[in-house]
Structures are given as C-alpha cells and as structure tokens.
Design a protein around this ligand. Structure first.
Ligand code: AMP
Length: 173
C-alpha cells in the first residue's frame, strides 16, 4: 500500500515555511485507512496492551479506530480546557508554537500497558508531553506509533528511550 501518495503536501500551512502533511486525503481511501489500522492491530496483538492513548485531534481518528478494532479503552489526550473532570497537564512545544495537553487522572493506572497514537511525528514535543503524563499516571508505554514521521526533525531522539514506529517517512523539515 503506497500510503505516501495518499498524503497531501500543503506548503506554507499553517505558517510560511511549514510543509503540512495532510492525512485527510488518506482518510478518503477506506482501504488505506483499514491498512493502517489492521497493521497496527496485528503489530500490537498479544502484547498485553490494556489501552490506546490518542493525541488531540488527528490522533483521535487513528487511535479511536485502533481502540475499536482491538476492543480496548481509548484514552484522549486533549488540548487544555476540554476535559471536564480532574486532569494532569503538561506544556509542550509544537513545530509551530506552544500548547498544553491534559489527560483525566482516572483514565490510566499503574499496571496499564499502552500504545500512544498520533498522525505525525515532527519534533516530538507533543508526544513527549503525553508520554510524560502517561508515565506520571504509572502506565507503561509499549510503543508510540505514527502514520507519518519527519526524520529531519529528530522526534525519535526526543522520545527516547521509548520505542517509536511509523509507516511513512518524508525527508522534509
Ligand atoms: P511535534 O510535537 O513537533 O512532533 O508535532 C506533532 C503534532 O503537530 C502532530 O499532532 C501533528 O499533527 C502536528 N504537526 C506538526 N508538524 C506537522 C506537519 N508538518 N504536517 C502536519 N502536521 C504536523
């Protein structure tokens, strides 16, 4: 499956200099979406996974589908102010700007074994914040998975020592 050809490049979005990798075009192809989810489902079967953590917002699309496919709980890491109950929070840096993410304190517990999901790994700031929160709640991170990775931005280094998996690489920054 040639996923790369289904991901649209949008130059200078949301600010000049960013090559935005648009996964909405991949989602228009059900066979490609199924390929992504079924691949991860096979990869994480028999790994003792107890929950999937999805990153706001495109991580909800992929993480939600994976949680459904695997019959596992979906934990939502949301942008600040969206979760209604008691949360932990972590500030992070994006490729463009800064933000804060939150997770409900009762969403994970010690003994949980989780996979973290987002659409794209750029600098790794977003997932570093989420992985910090997940670990503070006592859960074990089995792997962090992305559809797209931008290797020149060295997100993998920021996520060490966690295992990182991606399906498509673009050599742009
Ligand atoms: P980062 O924290 O730098 O790894 O950025 C990852 C987050 O920002 C993900 O949620 C992506 O959806 C989004 N993002 C960052 N850079 C891009 C890009 N070039 N194209 C599409 N999404 C991006």
């Amino acid at each position: 499956m040639d996923l790369a050809s289904l991901i649209r490049n949008v130059p200078d979005f949301p600010i000049p200099g960013i090559q935005f990798k648009d996964i909405t075009t991949l989602l228009l192809h059900p066979a490609a979406f199924r390929f992504v989810i079924d691949g991860w489902k096979a990869r994480y079967a028999d790994k003792g996974i107890t929950a999937i953590v999805g990153a706001d917002a495109r991580g909800f699309v992929f993480g939600g589908a994976l949680a459904y496919a695997m019959g596992l709980p979906l934990v939502m890491a949301r942008k600040k102010g969206k979760l209604p109950a008691d949360t932990i929070s972590e500030e992070y840096e994006l490729e463009y700007g800064t933000a804060t993410l939150e997770i409900h304190r009762d969403a994970l517990k010690p003994g949980d074994r989780v996979v973290l999901i987002d659409d794209l790994l750029a600098t790794g700031g977003t997932m570093r914040a989420i992985s910090n929160m997940v670990e503070k709640l006592g859960a074990e991170i089995v792997e962090i998975a992305f559809v797209v990775e931008l290797p020149p931005l060295k997100g993998r280094v920021k996520l060490e020592p966690h295992a990182v998996h991606s399906l498509v690489e673009f050599m742009v920054d």
